[in-house]
Design a protein around this ligand. Structure first.
Ligand SMILES: Cc1ncc(COP(=O)(O)O)c(C=O)c1O
Length: 410
């Protein structure tokens, strides 16, 4: 196909005149293709899918009923702009009850159409060309992508096993720190499953204050915390002076497709976010916000979802341990992040986690997501579809049978 007349007009940030001509295939597309091939070549084998990063259940019944009622109310019909007051108040109640965090709903809370959009918009509040955003890797890259869109620079902070998957702030060169405007962190962390400690958050706050840096803590997985009660960044003294936390209805309330979350914390940052947002979208449908109030006021929902994913992760950890993997229960999220095998007992060698992951999909129909950014690791998600515990156990037994046959070597 010949180029359109406007081919040279694409912005450099998405590839300029070469936009759409790249031949590189991205990780998730490679996984999709390998899945399709495994299904076509071995339909009898059945796919064991630990690759999906989305909740496997629909939103709770009381939330759906609330939505059914709200959708018929004419007062919900219009632009919701920066959000309805009742939703902000429900967020403030939720943050107080769950984290003992006091928020003024009028100035310290603003909804977003999913936390992804907030991560995309916050760089617009701070990043001028040449400014730096510190991003942990592996991680959710959206704030970094938008930093680059604004002419900013991303400095990557590797999350290494030897550092307990926390970034080493002291390792950042002074000239980088001097240009840094944003530090984006994410705990419980995706994909490592690591949870932050109060001590780590205190270090982050000291670092931010000393260097005049704004902290964005992505708490999308916070309700899936397994060891202790979930910890909010804003619970730690000083956090409110330096940053915001972004929350989501996706993971902890099984509302992933509903597209709702919130930004909370320092009023001036919330205000800047609301200004950018107001120039980007017209707010999430008020009926969704009202149904989400039902979710925020019902603590049994996250309790139930947490128990399910904890149970599934425990089963996965013991099965993988029996197959030679070194892994332990993650502190949070529905991901198990574990060192990728170097090869197999047969002598086959994997140079990267991506190679191991491709082999597992194509040869044994076991889907994982590889990460090679900070050492070779595989991510197993426990969001697979299984109707009940018996079906979960059958899936675990099938996975164990396949892995024991190949005998991974580490
Ligand atoms: C770490 C992290 N942050 C943010 C998001 C975005 O979540 P949502 O836009 O559904 O709120 C995700 C989704 O997978 C995530 O894993």
């Amino acid at each position: 196909m010949s180029d359109p007349t406007f081919q040279t007009q694409f912005a450099e940030r998405i590839g300029g005149a070469n936009y759409g001509k790249g031949t590189e295939i991205y990780k998730f597309e490679k996984i999709k293709r390998a899945k399709r091939k495994a299904l076509a070549d071995h339909p009898e084998r059945g796919l064991v899918d630990f690759g999906i990063g989305e909740n496997d259940s629909a939103a709770p019944e009381n939330v759906r009923s609330s939505m059914a009622a709200e959708i018929n109310k004419t007062e919900n019909r219009g632009y919701a702009d920066n959000g309805i007051t009742e939703y902000k108040q429900a967020v403030a109640r939720f943050m107080k009850r769950n984290f003992q965090v006091d928020l003024d709903p009028a100035t310290q809370v603003n909804h977003c159409i999913g936390s992804k959009t907030a991560l995309a918009m916050l760089p617009a509040c701070f990043i001028n060309p040449g400014d730096v955003t510190l991003m942990t890797v592996p991680g959710y890259p959206v704030a970094g992508t938008h930093t680059r869109y604004y002419g900013g620079v991303v400095y990557r902070l590797p999350l290494l096993a030897q550092n307990d998957f926390l970034p080493d702030l002291a390792s950042i060169p002074a000239d980088v720190v001097a240009k840094t405007k944003l530090l984006v962190i994410n705990y419980p962390n995706s994909p490592t499953g690591k949870v932050a400690t109060r001590e780590f958050y205190s270090q982050v706050i000291d670092f931010a204050k000393k260097n005049n840096i704004v902290v964005v803590q992505d708490a999308a997985h916070i309700l899936l915390s397994y060891d202790d009660k979930p910890l909010s960044f804003l619970q730690v003294p000083g956090a409110m002076d330096v940053g915001v936390e972004i929350h989501s209805h996706s993971k902890g309330f099984d509302m992933i497709g509903w597209r709702l979350g919130w930004v909370c914390g320092h009023p001036k940052i919330v205000q800047a976010f609301a200004d950018v947002k107001d120039n980007s979208d017209s707010g999430q449908f008020a009926a969704i916000q009202r149904a989400a109030i039902t979710a925020l006021d019902d603590d049994s929902i996250p309790t139930r979802i947490r128990a399910k994913y904890k149970r599934r992760l425990e089963k996965l950890v013991s099965l993988l341990s029996r197959c030679g993997f070194t892994c332990k229960m993650p502190g949070g999220s529905y991901f198990l992040y574990t060192r990728s095998p170097k090869g197999l007992a047969s002598g086959q060698v994997f140079e990267t986690a991506e190679a191991a992951s491709q082999y597992l999909i194509t040869e044994h129909s076991i889907v994982t997501v590889p990460w090679d950014d900070a050492g070779p690791f595989l991510r197993f998600s426990v969001t697979y579809e299984a109707a009940d515990e018996k079906a979960e156990d059958a899936l675990m037994a099938e996975t164990e049978k396949r892995l024991k046959k190949i005998q991974p070597v580490f």
